[in-house]
Ligand binder design. Structure first.
Ligand code: 13P
Length: 262
């Protein structure tokens, strides 16, 4: 399928790493040698406490600001929660929802994930909806069943006219932080399955315009191979997004794949 209808997105997920005071030196290093790749949207999903510092440090729109979670609630007595309009007010453009770490450590189920995706969309923020199977599920041969259940449950909360603003991230849990990457073929198989679900539910036009990312030990040494796959439109990158040089090389891999001058 032709990739020209959709954006390539390289999104860093800092998780709970680095300090707010480290944002400025990090972005200075990143911006000084980050290639300008027209076809690539670069995003940094940082902890809530880092968002303002990141906005200040970025100065222009070359890198979009992302968050890692959003409340399902709009406002009120929800101690510790962060609402979608608060994120929007800070200039957040993307928000990860349903990361496997939130599902595992914070008990988030598919319905919570769907409501969070909707909360982001209602505030003009692109949700990056994460799906992915455990090693046990892969070995039992139920990967596709599991992915389809996660995806369809989350999408059922989203009005059809907002689905095109969603980004889907396939993150096999066994590949996250383990150094064990899915092979490009394994990742492609699931990403193509995700696009098929989108096509069946929303039609070919929408399916070809939705960006599907791969996440799980993506780094400079494997990014090019993964990004060359026809249904992989970018990466959601944990560990390697904490090192400016690694992250830059992943963006560079996009330029190599698209044949763009940098
Ligand atoms: P790693 O790149 O560290 O494996 O993390 C992937 C991830 O969970 C991104 O959301």
């Amino acid at each position: 399928m032709n990739k020209k209808y959709r954006k390539t997105i390289i999104a860093g997920n800092w998780k709970m790493n680095l300090l707010p005071s480290e944002v400025k030196p990090f972005t200075e290093e990143l911006r000084s040698s980050m290639p300008r790749v027209k076809t690539c949207e670069t995003v940094l999903c940082v902890p809530f406490t880092h968002i303002s510092a990141l906005r200040r440090a970025l100065k222009d729109n070359r890198i979009a600001v992302g968050a890692q979670d959003v409340s399902t609630y709009e406002k009120g007595a929800y101690t510790g929660e962060i609402a979608g309009d608060m994120l929007n007010d800070l200039g957040v453009r993307y928000c990860i929802v349903g990361h496997s770490e939130r599902r595992e450590y914070h008990g988030e189920d598919n319905f919570t994930v769907g409501r969070k995706a909707l909360a982001a969309l209602e505030n003009g923020i692109h949700p990056i909806i994460c799906v992915g199977e455990t090693l046990e599920q892969r070995e039992r041969g139920i990967t596709m069943e599991h992915i389809s259940c996660q995806l369809i449950s989350a999408l059922s909360f989203i009005p059809d006219d907002k689905v095109r603003q969603c980004v889907i991230a396939y993150e096999p849990i066994w590949a996250i932080g383990t150094g064990k990457t899915a092979t490009p073929e394994e990742a492609q198989e699931v990403c193509s399955f995700i696009r098929r679900i989108m096509r069946e539910r929303y039609g070919a036009r929408l399916a070809r315009s939705v960006s599907i990312l791969y996440g799980g030990s993506m780094k400079s040494s494997n990014a090019k191979e993964l990004l060359s796959m026809p249904d992989i439109d970018g990466g959601l990158i944990g560990g390697a997004s904490l090192k400016p040089n690694e992250f830059i090389q992943i963006i560079d891999a996009v330029a190599q794949v698209t044949g763009e001058e940098r």
